[in-house]
Ligand binder design. Structure first.
Ligand code: GLU
Length: 487
C-alpha cells in the first residue's frame, strides 16, 4: 500500500500548531509508506481568505522540512491544487447529484433561513433546514432561475438509516441519518462547501487516507453520503485528538504563542519542534522522548496514534530544545548563532558579526541557552564595548559597602592581567585565584566583580574562558572602565 495523503489547509489565518501537527503526521505517514504527501489549498471561503496565511503555511512547512510531492509551487498530475481553481469540478458533480435526484436547488433567502433558525431556537430545537425547496414544483424552480435568483445546491439526505465508518483512531463510528439535514453542497456563488470540495478532491486526487482534527468527525457522515451518492469509495479517515493547553482547555491564543513561526522566532530549533509535535498524539513506546527525523519516518504508524487529547507542554519543548542545542554539530550551531546574533544584537555591535568569535563562543554557551532568543543578551559583551551596567550591578552585594576594596581589587587584577606570561583560561584562573588570596577576599566575590566588569552581566559564559576570548587588551580596558564606574 502506498499512501496518498493530503494536508488541506484553509488559508484564513496564521496556522495553529495543531494544524501543522496534522501536516507533520501526513508527511510522516507518506514518507513511512513511500507514498505521496500532497498540499491542497482549501480557499473556498473567499471572504476569509488571507494571503499572509498562505505564506505562513508554506513557511511553517519549509521550516520543519516537510517537503511536498504535489501541490502549489511543485505541481503534479492531479492539479490544480488550489480549490478556487477547481470550481468546474464541483459544478460538474453538483449537477450530477441534481440530475440523479440526490440534490436540489434551493432558493431560500438568507432572511428566511435566519427566521427559521430563530424560530427553532425559540422552540429549543436543533437548527436544521426545513426542506422548503425540496418539493418546489419544477415550474416555480425554473421561474426563480429565470428571474436571476441564484440557488444553492442542497443534498437530499435520506430520512432514515445509519451511516458508519471505521476510523483508524476512533474505531467504528455511527450516525443516524435523521440527525443530518439537507446540507448545502454548492453555494450560490458557485463555490463548494467544504463537504463537497473534500469529497470531490479527495476522490479525484486518489487520496487514500484523510488525517485531520477530530472536530471533523461530525462532518464525516455528510461526506460519506456524498461518496455513496457519487458511487465512490471513501478514503480511510484518521481523526486525530485535539491538543490541549496545560490547563486542559483546548489550546488557543490565550495559552501564548500558538503558531510554529512564533516558536521559530523565539529561537526554538526546527529539529526540536519536529520531535515535539511528532509526540503530541503519537508515541513510539512509553518512554522514548528524543527521536530523530529518520526514526520517526521508520516507526510512524496509525496504530500508535492516541485517542485521548494530548497536552501541549511548553516546558517539554524548551527542555527538548536545550537537548538539541547541546547535540547539534558545532558548525551548524555557529551558523545558527551567527544568524540569530546578526538579528538580535543591539545596533552598536559591529556588523557583520564575527563568525570566528561566535565559533569560539559555541562551546561556552551551548549548555547554557535553552532558546536562541537568550543568546544576544548573554553574549552582547563579546560584540560591543558598551556594557550595560552601573555601579550597583558592578559592586553587587559583596562590595556594596566597600568601594575602596572593589577599586583595590580591580587595580590589582589590572596589574595581574598585564603581567601574565601566557593568555589562556587556565593561566588566567590560576592568577585570579592567587589574587583573591593576596587580597584576602573570597574567590567567589572577586570573580563576580570581574564577571560584571568583563561581560556587563552577573550571569555570563564561564569567566576565564570569556576573558581568554575577549583578549588581554580588552580585559585591561574593561578593568579600567569598571574602576571609573565606581569612582
Ligand atoms: N481545510 C480543512 C481545515 O483547514 C481541512 C479539513 C480536512 O482535512 O478534511 O481544517
Amino acid at each position: 500500500m502506498t499512501a496518498r495523503v493530503r494536508y488541506a489547509p484553509s488559508p484564513t489565518g496564521i496556522p495553529h500548531v495543531g494544524n501543522i501537527r496534522t501536516a507533520l503526521f501526513d508527511w510522516l505517514f507518506a514518507r513511512h509508506s513511500g507514498g505521496s504527501f500532497i498540499v491542497r489549498v482549501e480557499d473556498t471561503d473567499q471572504a476569509r481568505f488571507d494571503p499572509n496565511a498562505l505564506e505562513a503555511i508554506y513557511a511553517s512547512l519549509r521550516w520543519l522540512g516537510l517537503d511536498w510531492d504535489e501541490g502549489p509551487e511543485v505541481g503534479g498530475d492531479y492539479g490544480p491544487y488550489v480549490q478556487s481553481e477547481r470550481l468546474e469540478h464541483y459544478a460538474k458533480f453538483a449537477k450530477q447529484l441534481i440530475d440523479q435526484d440526490d440534490a436540489y436547488e434551493c432558493f431560500c433567502s438568507t432572511e428566511r433561513l435566519a427566521e427559521l433558525r430563530a424560530e427553532q431556537q425559540k422552540q429549543k430545537q436543533p437548527p436544521r433546514y426545513d426542506r422548503h425547496c425540496r418539493e418546489l414544483p419544477d415550474d416555480e424552480r425554473a421561474a426563480r432561475g429565470a428571474a436571476g435568483d441564484k440557488p444553492v445546491v442542497r443534498f437530499k439526505t435520506p430520512d432514515e438509516g445509519t451511516i458508519s465508518f471505521d476510523d483508524a483512531v476512533r474505531g467504528h463510528v455511527e450516525f443516524e441519518t435523521a440527525t443530518i439535514d439537507d446540507f448545502v453542497a454548492l453555494k450560490s456563488d458557485g463555490f463548494p462547501t467544504a463537504h463537497l470540495a473534500h469529497v470531490v478532491d479527495d476522490h479525484l486526487m486518489e487520496i487514500s487516507h484523510v488525517l485531520r482534527g477530530e472536530e471533523w468527525v461530525s462532518s464525516t457522515p455528510r461526506q460519506i453520503l456524498l461518496y455513496e451518492a457519487l458511487g465512490w469509495t471513501p478514503p480511510t479517515f484518521v481523526h486525530m485528538s485535539v491538543i490541549l493547553g496545560p490547563d486542559r482547555a483546548k489550546l488557543s491564543k490565550r495559552h501564548g504563542a500558538v503558531s510554529v513561526l512564533d516558536y521559530r522566532d523565539q529561537g526554538y530549533l526546527p529539529e526540536a519542534m519536529f520531535n515535539f509535535l511528532g509526540l503530541i498524539g503519537w508515541s513510539l513506546d512509553d518512554h522514548t522522548v528524543l527521536m530523530s527525523r529518520e526514526q520517526f519516518i521508520e516507526h510512524f504508524s496509525l496504530e500508535r496514534m492516541g485517542k485521548n487529547p494530548a497536552v501541549f507542554d511548553l516546558e517539554r519543548l524548551t527542555w527538548m530544545n536545550g537537548a538539541y542545542l547541546r547535540e547539534l554539530p558545532e558548525e551548524r550551531l555557529t551558523a545558527l548563532f551567527t544568524e540569530r546574533l546578526e538579528r538580535d544584537l543591539p545596533a552598536d555591535a559591529e556588523r557583520p558579526i564575527d563568525r570566528d568569535v561566535v565559533r569560539r563562543l559555541v562551546p561556552l554557551v551551548r549548555e547554557r541557552v535553552k532558546k536562541l532568543d537568550e543568546l544576544a543578551e548573554m553574549t552582547a559583551g563579546f560584540f560591543s564595548d558598551e556594557l550595560p551596567y552601573g555601579p550597583d550591578e558592578l559592586l553587587g552585594k559583596k562590595f556594596r559597602d566597600d568601594r575602596a576594596g572593589a577599586t583595590a581589587a580591580l587595580t590589582a587584577a589590572h596589574g595581574s592581567v598585564e603581567a601574565l606570561a601566557g593568555w589562556d583560561h587556565a593561566a588566567i584562573e590560576v592568577a585570579m585565584r592567587a589574587l583573591a588570596d593576596d587580597l584576602d577576599v573570597k574567590a567567589g566575590a572577586l570573580f563576580m566583580l570581574l564577571r560584571v566588569a568583563m561581560t556587563g552581566r552577573a550571569v555570563s559564559p564561564p569567566l576565564f574562558e570569556s576573558m581568554e576570548l575577549l583578549g588581554r587588551e580588552r580585559c585591561i580596558l574593561r578593568l579600567a572602565n569598571a574602576r571609573d564606574t565606581i569612582k
